[in-house]
Design a protein around this ligand. Structure first.
Ligand SMILES: C[S@@+](CC[C@H](N)C(=O)[O-])C[C@H]1O[C@@H](n2cnc3c(N)ncnc32)[C@H](O)[C@@H]1O
Length: 283
């Protein structure tokens, strides 16, 4: 178990960018975009200077870029080269003016000063010290600048009656995440982080996507295939248990019933206009 824990820590992210995982992330982005894109449309303005943490397959990168216009800039930071390459190629199709791709971990990234927006979706919960990342992002904001994180409150999913197999999948995923030091309920901490960083909360809401199409519902069987080997290596599941749950997930997907997906919480916070810049006394 100790060896498994060490390899998880070295890996730093439970989900490799395989073809299967790319497709799953596209699916996930598709449900979350229904909430995220209107949110970005409310806060991103042409000409802003923005940083995105954790671009993944680039959905939000593309959405932000499309609003920024010719004078805005976006730096997207990801610790995975494959994710950065994928997003760069995706934006090559629709426009990547003003976009810079930075290969770095959020934990070690030095935010440029005077940002108008720091955005991250489903990334803070993967970082080693989410508060430190949040605090440094908040410190880089211009007065009136926004910080937006949209993160899971994963344990809230157990409030729902879940189809057979789905509950086992999430319990395994959470256990795997705990070994890797991830924070799957960080959505619940976002308001506290904002207040502690001296920001004003502008908007906060929860979002519970429901999987309704055949394509949507196939996300659960796919996820187990992505993490199955890691569960075996970590000693969290036997091959027999994995096969049983895989069958249950495929059956649940075939049944056609709507299924809950991870609840997410977003918190938009702003550096107050009246706040003194760092180093100046407040009046
Ligand atoms: C679940 S994906 C979310 C991607 C995208 N934001 C979205 O919502 O579709 C998490 C992304 O964050 C990146 N990531 C995970 N931990 C990170 C860290 N500590 N620093 C920078 N990027 C990280 C991963 O490589 C991956 O691209």
């Amino acid at each position: 178990m100790r060896g498994a824990r060490m390899s998880m820590q070295k890996q730093g992210y439970v989900l490799p960018l395989t073809a299967e995982e790319t497709r799953r992330l596209h699916n996930q982005a598709h449900y979350l975009d229904r909430c995220t894109d209107p949110l970005l449309a409310r806060y991103v303005r042409p000409g802003m200077h923005c940083v995105e943490l954790g671009c993944g397959v680039g959905s939000s990168t593309q959405s932000i870029r499309q609003i920024l216009g010719r004078t805005g800039t976006l730096t997207t930071v990801d610790q995975g080269v494959a994710f950065l390459d994928y997003t760069r190629q995706r934006l090559d199709q629709t426009g990547n003016d003003g976009v810079t791709f930075v290969h770095a971990s959020a934990e070690y990234y030095a935010f440029p000063a005077e940002l108008d927006l720091v955005f991250g979706r489903a990334v803070l919960h993967h970082t080693r010290d989410p508060w430190d990342v949040y605090a440094r992002a908040a410190a880089a904001l211009e007065r009136g600048g926004f910080i937006i994180f949209q993160e899971p409150a994963m344990s809230a999913i157990f409030r729902h009656a879940l189809p057979r197999g789905v509950e086992s999948l999430w319990r395994w995923y959470i256990a795997l995440g705990e070994q890797g030091g991830f924070h799957f309920d960080i959505g619940d901490d976002l308001a506290r982080f904002a207040t502690r960083a001296g920001l004003e909360i502008v908007e906060m809401a929860g979002y519970e996507p429901i999987l309704v199409s055949d394509e949507d519902r196939s996300v659960y069987p796919k996820l187990l295939r992505v993490i199955g080997d890691q569960l075996l290596v970590a000693g969290l599941a036997s091959r027999e248990a994995l096969e049983k749950v895989q069958d249950e997930l495929e059956e649940a997907a075939r049944e056609g019933i709507p299924m809950s997906y991870i609840p997410f919480i977003h918190c938009v916070a702003m550096r107050p206009l009246h706040a003194a810049p760092a180093g100046e006394p407040a009046h």
